[in-house]
Write a protein that binds this ligand. Structure first.
Ligand code: HEM
Length: 189
């Protein structure tokens, strides 16, 4: 690479950026809602929050499908050339794990609710089928799966955010800029 030409990172396309930030904000809201709601005393309010949590989680699941399909059609732009092969392999593994968890966390919640015999109603109006028959023991196992997958997700989100900040402020290689909203019309093409 000619080091006299300043490197300009190629951004993600606008739909990829939108899906990334939409899902990120929804997941963080869901984590807060999830830990908040379980500590509430039993009341109609608690049941309403549980219902919101469940249909919002299903919405994340659907958006994750859209995101993966979009990603297959529009692959991520190349990483900046100064990133080592080992670092790019680690980034790939971290991103793959994050993608997997955006499916595994809501699916474990849906399976758990099904096993506990509490149907999920999307947006409070569309009843969704239970994925498995009612079984209290399996429900308890799926509850601990849901909780543990959430802790794994939190660890990965923290690692992901820290790496993005390291690239931005220590390596200064423009990696984070690729995912930030762009107001430059040329980047939208
Ligand atoms: C990305 C999506 C999701 C995230 C980030 C998420 C996160 C969480 C968190 C942090 C908790 C608290 C765990 C604890 O007890 O410490 C929780 C609990 C729960 N989640 Fe989710 N969740 C998601 C999707 C879903 C879905 C799709 C459903 C069901 C359709 C669901 C059903 C539940 C239920 C029923 C609980 C309460 C379990 C209990 O009674 O202790 N979640 N979730």
């Amino acid at each position: 690479m000619d080091t006299n030409i300043p490197y300009k990172p190629k951004p993600y396309n606008p739909v990829s950026k939108l899906l990334h930030w939409l899902i990120a904000v929804m997941i963080i809201a869901m984590l807060i809602l999830g830990f908040y709601m379980t500590g509430l005393p039993l009341s109609p309010y608690k049941l309403k929050i549980y219902s919101w949590h469940k249909w919002m989680g299903i919405s994340i699941l659907l958006l994750s499908f859209v995101r993966v399909l979009w990603r297959l059609k529009y692959p991520a732009p190349d990483l900046p050339p100064q990133i080592s092969l080992q670092a790019s392999k680690m980034a790939l593994a971290g991103h793959a794990a994050l993608y997997a968890l955006t499916f595994a966390v809501p699916l474990s919640g849906w399976l758990m609710s099904s096993a506990k015999g509490v149907q999920t109603v999307w947006f409070g109006v569309m009843p969704l089928p239970d994925l498995i028959p009612k079984d209290e023991q399996i429900g308890d196992l799926l509850l601990s799966a849901h909780i543990n997958l959430n802790f794994l997700l939190i660890a990965l989100i923290i690692g992901h955010a820290l790496m993005a900040l390291k690239h931005q402020f220590i390596d200064k290689d423009g990696t984070l800029m690729r995912m930030l909203p762009s107001f430059n019309k040329k980047d939208l093409t």
